[in-house]
Design a protein around this ligand. Structure first.
Ligand code: IVH
Length: 666
């Protein structure tokens, strides 16, 4: 492809990708599949690889591929980033409303009430519509330049819908589900866990290497303006509306209310319903709508007088530790658990809380019989905050971690540098059970009806010894029917679900194997790069490390997993059971040229017109006879005639055979 064509195509692709990105991440209404999106991105990446000087700052490829920052440069906020005063009660809210009313007693006062999303305040600067810089709040006067990480947040547009120069502010956060998944993966990798989604978001933005933030699924809501002298909406609500129409993501649950009673009842509603949101909020923010009035009210050194945060009380409960048990994980990790007198907390009944490991257990000094304060980390995972020491009677019993595995009796020990005690017996029944349920879990092979209870039943009855044996169950239906609570229908459903799992994508199988450090993300990368399990099994350390994001630790873990004799036997069983162990590349299922119209003209160097058309059609595109406005690409060969002229006139992207080959990935 010549440079002129590359430029035109890359511009077109950039626009198209950002449009789809906005539809997906801001509007929540995608038009194309993820695979189709990936293909567009891949096409752009290929062109930019060939012509690196065509890469623009707002290119969607820059979201992920950025270089690590050398450090965090200081950014001075042209308008200080203040924080908010807190109201902890309805009375406090009433005081705020009255104070505001006193300034302009005759004015019709409107309040905008917004959710107070629990994340990190950031400022985004746009110059002529292009994202140029993003910073943390810091001390309010100046923060740190974290542009490289903010670029990875898909809901932050790299280009606004209009070429405006302005600064906006908002909250970057991590959705609760992503936080849970991240911590699960970290637990598996023996990395320290994040206490809540806010810390996880903050930790992700504080990285020098943007790849970390890119893998963390951060999101953002914009809630106001910063320094923006050329943009003067009359009200805050109007400002938010404009920001939304510029392509920025504004929270949908924002209302205008005009009296205290309404404000209080809206706050109460969200206090009750906060757990129905996919992210954490720690209260609501009440702001005066009229921007002129805001000016009049002004600010104190720390916070504006025109806004207040109504904070929810943190939900904590006191309950009693009835026992401390030890759970054995899939790779033999011993986790102490506090078995609690059940209490309702933040929307669910809590019966147990993880004490994480021996060090934390000791540090918190939790004893059997203690009363403890519990809360949910990030409002989800119950944790013991502290022991209520003044409730101690002296009868409480300190807990000592066992020297042998509670499930199989093998000796347990800590690997150097690790915090957890481990049982190293691969035949440990607790580990086997965990491995089976992991294999069948929704995020892995997704086998419905094969939860812990069913797996334990099958193991106990001797019908299976490991997860691969489930593929022999179809010949053991009679035996299965003798198991307790196994009716004909549920056995049939389970067998059907097992059958279906045989064709799950390779990454699901790979993740399901439970290789240490191989979470879903790594599994996808490995599957994509090697295409089959056998290729992965025979890959060398270097070949594994050549996969993006796979370092020596992961590569070593993969190699040592497949060097085990037991793993070899397991894979053989899968093969005999008819499980698909290979498949094309990750995006193979999608058609890279889906929906694209081509016109061919002139003689191509190596393909006949028919051959080229066939290739395009096989890749999902269509070939038309004449050039029109709806033509996406014209492929021109030697002696191209009027079609080429028309393409130029209509500003349609033109490419040669090489350009076509690139689009086709051949
Ligand atoms: S307005 C000058 N609106 O709460 C006032 N803040 O305690 C600027 N926050 O630093 C803040 N959601 O990180 C505002 N809808 C919202 C918010 C919000 C969350 C955070 C923000 C701020 C902190 C203040």
């Amino acid at each position: 492809m010549d440079k002129q064509a590359a430029k035109k195509i890359s511009e077109k692709l950039r626009k198209e990708i950002e449009q789809h990105n906005w539809r997906y991440h801001v509007l929540d209404s995608p038009l194309i599949s993820d695979a189709e999106f990936d293909t567009l991105l891949l096409q752009l990446q290929q062109i930019e690889k060939e012509y690196p000087d065509l890469v623009t700052a707002d290119s969607p490829t820059q979201r992920v591929g950025g270089q690590p920052a050398a450090g965090f440069a200081a950014v001075t906020h042209r308008v200080p980033m203040l924080s908010l005063d807190n109201a902890f009660s309805v009375d406090d809210l009433g005081d705020f409303v009255r104070r505001a009313r006193n300034i302009e007693p005759d004015a019709e006062m409107e309040f905008v009430v917004e959710l107070k999303v629990d994340g990190l305040a950031v400022s985004l600067q746009y110059e002529e519509g292009v994202f140029v810089r993003g910073a943390t709040r810091g001390d309010g006067e100046s923060g740190e330049d974290i542009s490289h990480n903010l670029r990875t947040v898909r809901s932050i547009p790299l280009r606004l819908h209009k070429p405006l120069t302005l600064e906006v502010r908002g909250e970057v956060y991590m959705p609760r589900a992503s936080f849970i998944k991240l911590n699960e993966e970290r637990q598996e990798a023996d990395l320290p866990l994040f206490a809540n989604p806010r810390n996880a978001a903050a930790g992700s933005l504080r990285q020098l290497d943007p790849k970390v933030a890119a893998s963390r699924n951060l999101d953002m809501f914009v809630y106001g303006l910063g320094f923006s002298p050329h943009f003067n909406p009359p009200t805050h609500y109007e400002a938010l509306r404009s920001l939304r129409s510029l392509g920025l993501r504004v929270n949908p649950d924002i209302v205008i209310l005009s009296d205290l009673e309404e404000v209080v009842s809206y706050c109460e509603r969200w206090r009750r319903e906060r757990y129905s949101l996919p992210y954490d909020i720690d209260g609501l923010v009440v702001k005066i709508n009229d921007l002129a009035l805001q000016q009049l009210l002004g600010t104190t050194a720390k916070s504006p007088r025109w806004a207040i945060a109504y904070k929810f009380p943190a939900e904590q409960k006191v309950t009693r530790v009835e026992a401390i048990t030890v759970q054995v994980g899939r790779i033999g990790t011993l986790t102490p658990l506090a078995e609690l007198t059940p209490v309702e907390l933040a929307g669910t009944v809590v019966k147990r809380a993880s004490l994480h490991n021996e060090d934390i257990l000791r540090e918190k000094d939790v004893r059997i019989g203690d009363y403890v304060i519990i809360q949910k980390a990030g409002d989800i995972i119950p944790e013991v905050v502290e022991v209520v020491k003044n409730k101690r009677t002296g009868e409480e019993v300190p807990f000592v971690m066992p020297a042998s595995c509670p499930a199989c009796g093998s000796e347990v020990s800590r690997l150097p540098g690790e915090v957890a005690l481990r049982c190293f017996n691969p035949a440990c029944p607790a580990q086997i059970l965990e491995r089976i349920t992991h294999f069948a879990a929704r995020g892995a092979m997704d086998i419905e009806g094969l939860g812990p209870a069913a797996a334990a039943q099958l193991l106990e009855a001797g019908l299976i010894e490991d997860a691969a044996d489930i593929y022999t169950l179809k010949d053991k239906k009679e035996d299965m029917l003798t198991l307790e609570r196994k009716a004909d229908k549920s056995v049939d459903n389970l067998l059907a679900s097992i059958e279906r799992s045989k064709n799950q994508p390779l990454w699901r199988l790979l993740y399901g194997l439970g290789i240490r450090f191989v979470g879903t993300r790594t599994a996808k990368l490995l599957a994509e790069n090697f295409g089959s399990l056998d290729e992965i099994i025979s890959a060398t350390q270097e070949q594994l490390e050549a996969v993006p994001e796979v370092g020596p630790k992961i590569a070593e873990s993969v190699r040592s997993f497949f060097s085990l004799e037991s793993s070899g036997r397991f894979v053989d069983k899968l093969r005999r059971g008819g499980v698909a162990l290979s498949q094309g590349r990750h995006v193979a299922g999608s058609k890279p040229l889906h929906g694209k119209t081509f016109v061919l003209t002139g003689t191509l160097p190596s393909y006949s017109r028919e051959e080229a058309a066939k290739l395009i059609e096989e890749a999902g595109g269509s070939v038309a006879g004449s050039v029109s406005k709806s033509t996406d690409y014209v492929v021109a060969g030697e002696k191209a005639g009027s079609k080429l002229d028309k393409a130029r006139k209509l500003d349609v992207a033109i490419m040669d055979e090489n350009g076509l080959k690139q689009l086709l990935g051949i």
